[in-house]
Ligand binder design. Structure first.
Ligand code: NAG
Ligand code: ZN
Length: 413
């Protein structure tokens, strides 16, 4: 990955008389490929990781990758099979549209992507309209000192009186649709509370903690410098690669092998020690505090892409929570609710056996250590065509269908 960045920088440097310090990575002509690795291929996998600009979907036998035009041939020679899923990642990026112009919270927020500062302002302005049943909360602090800003929403029981629903968005920086979607949840809960009895019932039933961007440094970096950045922005002593994968850093089964990387250059670098990402410490503290007070009914970690609803566990493919049947029932009904809105097909099941192994993941932690009744990871649209760079005209359809799935879960939980 660092090789590609360097060559992209050099290429543009030769044309520009003044080189800005933070040149934005240009993905014009880069291709997204779905490659099949040869059997027993740890070595090939490492070579692929070195060659490509980004691994998008960190799977085991199949990987979605973004690769520079000059490296396509070398990549296809290395792998067992490959299929083009996007001919021009740069062109797909253009379909994300211009950043939205923000004035006040409204439905039009959900028609464009937005700069980080506007996300925070949107949440503050939304809260300011509903001061009697919401509050801005700080969940922790990032590597670079930004707060992890969330909103707490409660109903007729009063603040902090009901079982908690915790929702995290944008832990992976490039998954922009996930902050839009989790903001839509907060928007729906607050704006419909007074007028929609079915929403009121949900707000009165739970105490919501929604943090749309739990990785602010990474998110900003994905806006200023590299649209496809995933991790946080933490440095590693003695290594030039940056970033820990916050969703491989949770202090539960962190030490288990096979579900994260020990290589600081990898997209799934787990860190030096369990919970050594500051963002992770904030999230862990939130979960622990709510476990110890009201208890956690439902935890949702919202990611993209792939259209999955995943239940524990990630670290062990044969293990299930004792209420696995109920997890599958909630997931199945949520998937049906999503399909009923738009026809979008979701796959559901335990995360390791359905998608791939993960260690130190949020939902394993919330299920076991957090004692949450239900824990799910959502992987939103799409299935790879646009991947993380979903066009602006898919934001509203995505947030609306996902909300239908989440409402279904909130009713069932
Ligand atoms: C876990 O949560 C359940 C409620 O879902 C509660 O009955 C139980 O006491 C909790 N266990 C611990 C160890 O906190
Ligand atoms: Zn993710």
């Amino acid at each position: 990955m660092k090789y590609i960045l360097t060559s992209a920088l050099l290429a543009s440097a030769s044309f520009a008389s003044v080189v800005p310090r933070a040149q934005k990575v240009d993905y014009t002509g880069f291709k997204a490929l779905r490659v099949t690795l040869p059997q027993g291929s740890d070595n090939v996998k490492a070579q692929v990781e070195n060659l490509v600009a980004h691994v998008l979907n960190p799977g085991q036998s199949e990987l979605d990758v973004v690769v520079a035009p000059k490296d396509v041939e070398a990549l296809t020679a290395l792998v067992a099979g490959s299929k083009v899923i996007n001919e021009d990642v740069g062109a797909a990026l253009a379909e994300e549209g211009e950043m939205g112009v923000y004035a006040v919270p409204s439905e039009s927020w959900f028609t464009a992507y937005h700069p980080y500062a506007d996300h925070i302002q949107f949440l503050r302005d939304l809260q300011a309209g509903y001061t009697s049943n919401s509050a801005i909360v700080t969940v922790g602090t990032s590597v670079q000192g930004r707060t992890l800003t969330g909103i707490q929403i409660w109903g007729n029981g009063g603040r902090g009186s009901r079982p908690a629903v915790i929702i995290h968005g944008n832990v992976h920086a490039r998954e922009w649709i996930t902050s839009m979607t989790t903001e839509y949840f907060a928007w729906q809960l607050l704006t419909k509370y007074a007028s929609d009895a079915s929403i009121k019932a949900l707000v009165d039933k739970f105490d919501f903690y929604i943090t749309p961007i739990v990785n602010p440094d990474g998110f900003l970096y994905s806006q200023t410098t590299d649209r496809l950045w995933r991790k946080n922005r933490q440095t590693v002593s003695g290594n030039t690669c940056v970033g820990r994968d916050i969703n491989r850093n949770w202090p539960f089964k962190w030490e288990v092998t096979g579900g994260a990387s020990t290589n600081p250059c990898s997209e799934t670098y787990k860190g030096v020690a369990a919970g050594d990402a500051p963002e992770n410490r904030g999230l862990v503290a939130q979960v622990n505090q709510l476990r110890g007070s009201r208890g956690i009914s439902l935890y949702l970690d919202v990611h993209s892409y792939g259209q999955y609803i995943l239940s524990p566990y990630g670290y062990q493919c044969n293990l299930r929570p004792e209420n696995d049947a109920q997890h599958q029932s909630l997931a199945s009904r949520a998937a049906a609710a999503i399909r009923a809105v738009s026809g979008t097909q979701y796959t559901f099941g335990p995360s390791c056996s359905t998608l791939y192994a993960t260690t130190g993941s949020s939902t394993d932690y919330t299920d076991v250590t957090g004692n949450a009744t239900y824990s799910f990871t959502y992987e939103l649209r799409d299935k790879g065509t646009y991947g993380f760079t979903l066009p602006a005209n898919q934001i509203q359809p995505t947030v609306r269908e996902t909300w239908a799935g989440v409402v279904s879960m909130l009713r069932d939980a």
